[in-house]
Structures are given as structure tokens and as C-alpha cells.
Write a protein that binds this ligand. Sequence first.
Ligand SMILES: [Zn+2]
Length: 103
Amino acid sequence: MKTTYYYAAWSDGGSDCHEGCDHKHRTVASAVACMKKAGAYVVAVELRKRKTANGYVAVGEPRLRELNEDEAVQFEQAMHGIPPQRYIDKVLYRNSFAPVLPK
Ligand SMILES: [Zn+2]
């Protein structure tokens, strides 16, 4: 099984160092609330887990990635209240049950 968590990240300005909060936020919006510097962003971390007799244990190293489209919508909503039109077009419409119109 795979779990995803998020953290707020920012550059320290001078050294291109990647800094971030030390939390494992369960939602994008929660990580957005943790952004402490202008230009901060949210990073997704995927962790594979395996079930054992004692519960789940992590398998391999966590994998950092940028937000996917659905997460980017959540990011925009948390930042600005509404997603930008390009996300509405690409993601929300795709996920709706709107009929496909003939060309
Ligand atoms: Zn945080």
C-alpha cells in the first residue's frame, strides 16, 4: 500500500537549500497553512508500506514528487479560494459525468 503526505517547503534564499516544515500533513490544505515564506510551495511524499503482523512498516525510501493535477487544484483552492480556470477545465470537468459532445 502507498501513503502520501505533504509538507511545506521553501528555499532559504541564498544557498538553494531546500527547507521545509517537519510535519507529515495529511492534506494539501494543511501543508499550505504551514507555508512560512513567500514563494513557498508544497511537496508530496509517497511512502510504500507493507502490512506485517505488527502493523504497517515502511518499505524503501520515501519518494518526493511535485503535486499532481488533483493536488494542484487543492493547492490553488487553499491559496486563492478557487482553482484557476485551467484546472477547472482539465481536472474538474474530466472528473464530472458530463456527456462527451460529438465533434
Ligand atoms: Zn507543517
